[in-house]
Design a binder for this molecule. Structure first.
Ligand code: R2B
Ligand code: URA
Length: 310
């Protein structure tokens, strides 16, 4: 493993449980995880979440509900008789969370702030619940740069719109930079789970994380646009030569915050458009639905493999 992986692993406690870089939390008599509708005083978080091993995050509540049902079938998890899958965070009216045995399936919304807020609370949830050595996986959609729509991209690095590998945040009037580091070994393990029969490719490469879908990703079709098609293509070709193969909107916070907590993580996004060919998402709903299952399938293979070899 490389230096970054080792550094990440060393940050966990010796038994693998998640440590917090914030000593304020242990001094509080209770910690309210407001956007999850959970709290360390109101809920027995160890009892509810202590057995979690995989935390899967994706943009929409519906997709993460579907993923929860899908993974339940895949791992053969049985709910107690007479019960159905419940959205644990339904009364937050912000995010959705489903638990299927060792798997949490959580929606993160769109963009870095939404992902950032969620991760603060999910990482604290791991700490309160004494979860051991969890793996965080983002499954999502993205715009491809010169690759066939429907391709699955596992990010080896994530960069901002200026090609910098940091998650930047203004804190107390100063810019704080946190390195966005993904687990390379995990990336390779996921890549190896692509099947030769899969009717699409699974590739690794650099992901650009932007703070906007339209102007921020060089689209000509937003409500505003102050550049022309040539300038757009020049920029996309420039980032393509810097090995960027897809663009999305959450991976920087995801990579940086999981890494800061010593949690191994990976980003697996299907591409739904080739930005060198256009801006609008033309694919019909049924095609998009099938595309979105591809990252889920890969993650399911990973989870099943882990549970079998345990
Ligand atoms: C991918 O898709 C969303 C924008 O359509 C955004 O959340 C992302 O990262
Ligand atoms: N998500 C993005 O952020 N960009 C795309 O082009 C498609 C999905």
């Amino acid at each position: 493993s490389n230096g970054a992986d080792e550094e990440a692993d060393e940050f966990l406690y010796e038994d693998g449980t998640v440590r917090l870089r914030n000593s304020n939390i242990e001094l509080m008599d209770q910690d309210i995880l407001y956007h999850l509708a959970l709290g360390s005083g109101s809920h027995d978080l160890v009892e509810m979440f202590g057995d979690v091993k995989f935390v899967c995050l994706g943009g929409t509540p519906k997709r993460m509900e579907q993923f929860a049902h899908y993974i339940m079938g895949e791992i053969g998890h049985k709910l107690p008789t007479g019960t159905t899958l419940q959205d644990i965070s339904q009364f937050s009216y912000r995010y959705s969370m489903y638990k299927v045995g060792p798997v949490l399936s959580i929606s993160h919304g769109m963009g870095l702030p939404s992902m950032g807020i969620l991760l603060h609370e999910v990482i604290k949830l791991m700490y309160h619940a004494k979860v051991k050595d969890p793996v965080f996986l983002r499954i999502g959609t993205s715009g491809g740069i010169g690759i066939e729509p429907g391709t699955v991209v596992i990010s080896e690095q994530t960069v901002d719109g200026l090609l910098r590998p940091y998650y930047e945040l203004a804190v107390l009037g100063k810019i704080v930079q946190r390195p966005a580091v993904l687990d390379k070994k995990l990336m390779r393990e996921l890549k190896a789970l692509h099947h030769a029969e899969d009717p699409y490719e699974t590739v690794t490469g650099k992901t650009m994380c932007t703070t906007d879908f339209y102007e921020g990703q060089g689209r000509l079709d937003g409500a505003f646009c102050d550049f022309n098609e040539n300038e757009k293509m020049e920029y996309l070709e420039k980032i393509q030569s810097a090995n960027v193969i897809n663009m999305e909107m959450e991976s920087l916070a995801f990579a940086a915050l999981t890494h800061s907590a010593g949690i191994r993580s990976a980003v697996i996004c299907v591409t739904i458009v080739d930005r060198l060919k256009g801006d609008q998402i033309h694919a019909p709903k049924e095609v998009l639905d099938e595309y979105q299952k591809r990252p889920q399938k890969l993650v399911s293979r990973y989870i099943k493999k882990f549970l079998q070899t345990k």
